[in-house]
Design a protein around this ligand. Structure first.
Ligand SMILES: NC(=O)c1ccc[n+]([C@@H]2O[C@H](COP(=O)([O-])OP(=O)(O)OC[C@H]3O[C@@H](n4cnc5c(N)ncnc54)[C@H](O)[C@@H]3O)[C@@H](O)[C@H]2O)c1
Length: 309
């Protein structure tokens, strides 16, 4: 038997022994191949409104989209940092403006939307990215902190979507992006407010996608569910088994977000092993999932959390 035949036989044996893993692998390969033959949509002259874009993922995604020809609105409560990000983009000879926007205020969101409309045009891509985390156990959390987490991470999405979706529907073109988290797909200790708000964000995206499909609208949605990222928001968290669950890099995450928008992907999870984890979550009993979470160190990851100084 030749070396190639031996190798092929081993692969066939492996596939027969691990049918679930094989199916997932084949789906991922087909998806990748399909994308290779598809041309992603152009971002040239799109008007992108990104909340929380002064720092972290929002900032990195804004720069990336501007480099692809989009006009970018850096909407943030931190106007000084938003102006710095906009300047960085202008220095690259690309188009951007900074706009003050507190996503927890309907008035502020509407004012910021109007400002962007008059300077860049109607937003055609909305990225709901602004987010906060408390990192406390439920008994330590104040009611104010719980409400603020919900307002920033979830309720604000209604404000921005209601401000920008009507124009997208009229034009029958647009994209609404939800920066959620894997914490919106599974619960983690010391994150009750954060996880609940991210579950809500995932729910908003899921319903909105179906609502748009029912209306036969061409407006698209993308839900982004990453694991911990090195932006500083989750400074101090511990991660075990980094080969399985690495701390994600900001640049990698923003690249994946832009690709998902260009290829109209409805939901992305990072790292890729999360697709398997969510598949198993639906398959295995809760006690098994809880034990796996403990073994992987997920449930103690927030014990060393410091967050932004
Ligand atoms: N960092 C991670 O590990 C991680 C993991 C998964 C998901 N996420 C999500 O990704 C998104 C971006 O996170 P990041 O790591 O870049 O965080 P970050 O702290 O670096 O940036 C968040 C931005 O949101 C802004 N913001 C906060 N409150 C606001 C408000 N009321 N109005 C407007 N802007 C406001 C902040 O000023 C900041 O610029 C968040 O929604 C977060 O929950 C982050």
């Amino acid at each position: 038997m030749s070396g190639v035949e031996l190798y092929a036989n081993e692969l066939i044996n492996y596939a027969q022994e691990h049918p679930c893993l094989t199916v997932i692998f084949v789906i991922l390969v087909l998806k990748k191949l399909f994308n290779l033959f598809k041309r992603g949509k152009s971002l040239k002259d799109e008007v992108v409104f990104i909340t929380g874009a002064a720092n972290g993922i929002g900032r990195s995604t804004a720069i990336r989209m501007a480099k692809l020809g989009a006009k970018v609105a850096i909407a943030d409560i931190d106007i000084k940092k938003a102006e710095q990000t906009a300047k960085e983009i202008l220095d690259l000879k690309q188009r951007a403006i900074a706009v003050h926007c507190d996503v927890t205020s309907i008035e502020s969101v509407n004012k910021a939307t109007e400002f962007v409309r008059s300077h860049l045009g109607n937003p055609t891509i909305l990225i709901n990215n602004a987010g906060i985390v408390s990192g406390k156990s439920i008994t330590e959390l104040s009611y104010e902190a719980i409400e603020r987490t919900f307002k920033v991470n979830a309720i604000s999405h209604f404000y921005t979507i209601k401000a920008m979706l009507p124009d997208m529907l009229k034009a029958n073109k647009g994209h609404i992006v939800t920066i959620a988290s894997v914490a919106g797909l599974g619960g983690v200790s010391k994150m009750t407010d954060y996880c609940a708000s991210k579950y809500a964000a995932v729910g908003i995206d899921d319903s909105l996608r179906n609502e748009l499909r029912q209306q036969k609208s061409a407006v698209k949605t993308t839900c982004v569910c990453p694991y911990y990222i090195n932006t500083g928001m989750f400074d101090g968290v511990s991660t075990k088994f980094t080969f399985l669950l690495p701390m994600l890099k900001e640049e990698y995450v923003s690249e994946q977000i832009v690709e998902a928008i260009r290829y109209n992907v409805p939901i992305i999870m990072m790292p890729r092993i999360m697709y398997l984890a969510i598949f198993l979550k639906g398959l295995l009993p809760t006690c098994a999932i809880d034990i796996i979470g403990e073994i992987l160190g997920l449930q103690e990851s927030m014990e060393t959390f410091k967050g932004r100084a």
